[in-house]
Design a protein around this ligand. Structure first.
Ligand code: HEM
Length: 441
């Protein structure tokens, strides 16, 4: 085996020298989908003279990469450029350092703690809802971004950082950012200035909290008070705290905002599901705001959110790099090769989701879920790197959806083009121009 040439799975030959690199950059979701349809669950790509990548589509293979053989894979260099902003935060760090940070951060995300943020979520959603005017078009994608940003800033460190965050969000979603990060372009200078302002704010807050020793009940307090009981008993340095705050801030708003924008879009196209959703929120809540105790009764609302993240998973693709030879799906992935998996592609697989393009929240009843392999659906990843904010995101998604649905029906503005744009997250390329219509209740 060791002397034989590697046996790659089938795949497109691609262009000379760079193979499939540019096809993958240009239209990653379309390209991955077409190649898996043509070649099967395991696909091989060349990405340069000596760079190889595997794409795995089947849920069992996804489980192998994310869970069973997770220690054979690192997050790789894909996120290196993000480190200049996120430092060694949870999303970008690796190995023992990551494990320690995860242990320290975990209590801040426990269900009971997260539940105490429920009122912030509904209060802010209600405020956004009050600003809208009947019949006046708005960009829902922008509305949802501001809303989830306000929620995370409030729950995380009791502060308002929206000015800087807009700049940083714009920079991060520039597809060329990894290539142009060192050039003295205005967008880079704006990004660096915004990052410096945000840094100064965060360090000031950390300093104040350390001095007062006060537990304000937010995530920053939790992170400040954490100590590594399983390790050496110490806590986080200011630098580590800053990196975690930045990471959670960024990872914690853009994904949820996109999920909500796609959800309202899908509801506007599916009047039967929309009617069932209105029915549920009217029956369970009447005119009072939802509370966390209502979550158990807002089952259909949750199914709608789940089905929306099936069709438009905000984290549409994940990348890894093999750090040792590892077998997956009957193929040997050699150390150094890249591995791609895609929630978008796997969640559109007709073997697990018949008629995959159809929006059908009943795919997420308890029975329907139990009948599928677990990793047929993985909007939050899995294994040791699974999204730490998952309970936060479900709660926020369902509470915001219910609060807005109580007051409004959203119609897609006539002629508005809707197209997913796979950057780090899956955004609506042209925003989401919608027209709110006030509901009777
Ligand atoms: C719908 C909303 C969300 C989606 C779809 C989502 C998705 C994901 C996915 C797929 C990963 C794993 C990435 C990988 O394996 O490479 C991840 C990691 C992460 N997410 Fe989320 N996320 C969401 C919301 C949130 C929220 C609300 C927070 C925090 C408040 C958050 C914080 C994080 C952090 C810190 C990580 C890194 C975890 C680690 O590597 O230890 N996310 N997220």
């Amino acid at each position: 085996m060791s002397t034989a040439a590697a046996v790659w799975p089938p795949g497109p030959g691609g262009a000379p020298v760079f193979g499939s690199l540019f096809a993958l950059r240009r239209d990653p979701i379309g390209f991955l989908t077409r190649s898996a349809d043509e070649f099967g669950d395991s696909v091989h790509y060349r990405l340069g003279p000596s760079a190889h990548a595997f794409f795995f589509r089947h849920p069992d293979q996804v489980k192998d990469v994310l869970v069973t053989h997770q220690h054979s894979f690192a997050k790789g260099r894909g996120l290196q450029w993000a480190k200049q902003f996120l430092g060694e935060g949870l999303l970008t760090s690796e190995g023992e350092f990551h494990r320690r940070q995860r242990r320290l951060s975990q209590p801040a995300f426990h269900r009971a703690r997260v539940q105490s943020y429920g009122t912030v979520m509904t209060d802010y959603a209600a405020r956004a809802r009050e600003r809208w005017r009947d019949g006046q078009p708005l960009d829902l994608a922008h509305e949802m971004m501001s809303l989830t940003m306000a929620v995370v800033a409030k729950t995380l460190f009791d502060a308002d950082v929206s000015g800087e965050a807009d700049e940083i969000g714009a920079w991060f979603n520039n597809p060329l950012a990894p290539l142009i990060q060192r050039l003295p372009l205005p967008s880079n200078l704006r990004f660096h200035r915004a990052r410096d302002r945000l840094d100064a704010t965060i360090y000031r807050m950390i300093g104040e909290r350390r001095k007062s020793g006060e537990d304000r009940g937010d995530l920053l307090s939790m992170l400040l008070l954490a100590s590594d009981v399983e390790g050496d008993g110490s806590g986080m340095t200011d630098q580590q705290l800053r990196d975690e705050v930045m990471t959670i801030f960024l990872a914690g708003h853009e994904t949820t905002a996109n999920a909500l924008s796609w959800t309202f879009y899908l509801l506007s196209q599916n009047s039967e599901a929309e009617a069932r959703l209105f029915d549920e929120v009217d029956r369970v809540l009447g005119a009072r705001p939802p509370a966390i105790e209502d979550l158990g009764d807002l089952r259909f609302t949750e199914q709608v959110f789940a089905e929306s993240m099936r069709l438009y998973p905000p984290a549409w693709g994940l990348g890894r790099k093999a750090i040792r030879d590892q077998e997956v799906g009957g193929y040997r992935v050699p150390a150094g090769a890249y591995v791609l998996i895609s929630a978008f592609v796997t969640q559109h697989d007709g073997r697990f989701f018949p008629d995959p393009g159809r929006f059908d929240p009943d795919r997420f009843t308890a029975e329907a879920r139990a009948a599928r392999p677990k990793f047929a659906y993985f909007p939050f990843g899995g294994g040791a790197r699974q999204c730490i904010g998952e309970p936060f995101a479900w709660m926020e998604g369902v509470l915001i959806l219910a609060t807005i649905a109580q007051g409004w029906r959203l119609r897609l503005a006539p002629g508005h083009r809707v197209e997913p744009q796979p950057l780090i997250t899956l955004r609506p390329r042209y925003g989401m121009r919608m027209i709110p219509e006030r509901r009777g209740s």
